[in-house]
Ligand binder design. Structure first.
Ligand code: PAF
Length: 294
């Protein structure tokens, strides 16, 4: 695995690969890699000849009171995992190259409508930070394909919209959430949980699944379901931030045109914020019976 820390050196290497006819798949990350990230690399390998992974803890997507300085940095272990998984290129840019004149004056990409609700409401500016760094990394790497986890469902929606709106010739692939045996979605933030919190954390996925089952059975009083779910989470010791049943395409309330439902949830355990989601395919002209895999 070759490691590059400047955009020019990475681009030169990628251009050589492209000239010899190779296709490029890209997996952007913030490091602290776990099985979920490695699955993204595995999917990337299935879609292209060369897999490029980036590790950059992007300050622009962190709020002032968030965990940027404490964000786990585990570069040596990350490199070993990527090497073992067969990634060919690792990009480790410096903040001084990404934001040479600081973040305030840097061009920003904002994706309206999808960015302001759910996680965007609790984390103002977060998705502008994500869209901006992802667009910048896309311009540096110029991949044919880019791979993201479906755990960050709203992030994936924002990126798909940005790519479509800005006519970026990149195929975006979403990969199903990797979970622990008890259902907890794998996340770098799980490492912050103490033993008691770790035993409570799977409740988030359990409540999401129960809600999905209720909808699949035809229960359509969504605000009641949301209320009930929040109460269940709070009883278990999770402080619900949001729990929303919405249209998977618009991330807005369900309408008669909704074909896929997503139930998005975020909750805090102590100071650790967990997010998760489940989806449900619905066919408005037939019945509501088809459960999606995630
Ligand atoms: O999902 C993440 O790890 C980050 O938001 C991303 C996409 C790498 C952008 O910094």
């Amino acid at each position: 695995m070759k490691t590059y820390s400047t955009a020019a050196s990475l681009r030169a290497a990628i251009n050589t690969e492209k000239r010899s006819g190779k296709t490029i798949a890209f997996v952007p990350t913030m490091g602290n890699l776990h099985e979920g990230h490695l699955r993204l690399v595995q999917h990337a390998k299935q879609h292209a000849d060369i897999v490029v992974v980036s590790i950059f803890v992007n300050p622009l997507q962190f709020g002032a009171n968030e965990d940027l300085s404490n964000y786990p940095r585990t570069l040596a272990a990350d490199k070993e995992k990527l090497f073992a998984e067969g990634a060919q290129y690792l990009f480790l840019p410096h903040a001084s190259e990404i934001y040479p004149e600081g973040m305030d004056s840097h061009t920003k990409i904002s994706v309206p409508e999808l960015s302001d609700n759910h996680c965007g409401a609790s984390r103002p500016g977060h998705f502008t930070g994500v869209a901006t760094i992802v667009a910048k990394l896309f311009n540096i790497v110029q991949p044919d394909t880019a791979v993201f986890g479906e755990k960050d469902f709203q992030q994936l929606s924002v990126i798909r919209k940005m790519v479509s709106d800005l006519c970026m010739p990149i195929n975006i692939i979403g990969v199903a959430t990797a979970r622990a045996q008890d259902g907890l979605a794998l996340s770098s933030r799980n490492g912050y949980l103490n033993t008691e919190q770790r035993s409570i954390a799977p409740t988030l996925h359990r409540v999401l699944q129960e809600t999905r089952e209720a909808i699949a059975c035809g229960y359509d009083s969504y605000s009641n379901l949301e209320q009930h779910a929040k109460i269940s989470l709070n009883k278990a010791g999770l402080k619900s931030d949001y729990f929303t049943i919405c249209d998977a395409r618009t991330l807005r309330p369900i309408t008669g045109d909704t074909e896929e439902v997503v139930i998005l949830a975020a909750a805090k355990l102590g100071t650790t914020r967990l997010i998760d989601n489940v989806t449900l395919n619905v066919n408005p002209s037939a019945d509501w019976g088809m459960l999606a895999a995630n």
